[in-house]
Write a protein of this length. Structure first.
Length: 201
């Protein structure tokens, strides 16, 4: 059964609740993004305080933050997944699992193809938010080979865009994720996914 738990504005999209599920925030920005000043050390401190198991630094058009966080989380309790938020010609796309930079300003499908070539997953963040370059505001998802979409993004003040993404996920059986999209380190973990997986890359 599909459940969502809401507690103190922390949102947990998942299919079921189990004690051994891992908490993952897959969309965090650091000082390597032009619109964030969060240091990796501060992000990690907040992640530890909020008992996150898995994080991904998804900076705009660079994996420099990913490289730093992966080096700093070796031999720790936090698993860092490489990631990048790429600006395609029609909107933003997360390259979840990508350790290399992908050129910006390619078409959405070219961007997705490059993500897949690197062994990553193409995830559409804030898909219906036009003022944050939501990809599905401009293009039909059926034209794209996407792997998942964000259905909970903590930066929305109202729920319209999240709800629209959730409806699409349910209708088309697209895997869904929740993430903080934190541009300030204290917001890390405001939204996350509970996932059933091994804590390993």
């Amino acid at each position: 059964m599909d459940k969502e738990i809401h507690s103190h504005y922390r949102l947990y999209p998942c299919n079921y609740i189990a004690l051994d599920m891992l908490k993952m925030d897959s969309h965090i920005h650091s000082e390597y993004s032009p619109d964030s000043h969060s240091r990796i050390d501060d992000i990690l401190k907040t992640a530890q305080e909020r008992d996150l198991d898995i994080i991904a630094i998804s900076d705009h058009n660079t994996v420099d933050g990913t490289s730093e966080v992966m080096a700093k989380t070796r031999n720790t309790d936090i698993l860092a997944i490489p990631s990048i938020e790429i600006s395609s010609t029609d909107g933003h796309i997360l390259g979840f699992g990508c350790e290399e930079n992908i050129p910006r300003d390619l078409s959405p499908q070219e961007t997705i193809d490059k993500i897949h070539d690197l062994g990553g997953l193409a995830i559409i963040p804030h898909p219906y938010c036009f003022y944050r370059h939501g990809l599905l505001c401009k293009i039909d998802y059926k034209e794209l080979k996407i792997d998942a979409i964000e259905t909970k993004n903590a930066r929305f003040i109202v729920g319209y865009c999240n709800n629209k993404a959730k409806k699409l996920s349910k209708k088309e059986k697209l895997p869904s994720l929740g993430a903080s999209d934190a541009h300030y380190y204290k917001f890390v973990g405001d939204c996350f996914s509970l996932i059933d997986c091994e804590k390993d890359i």
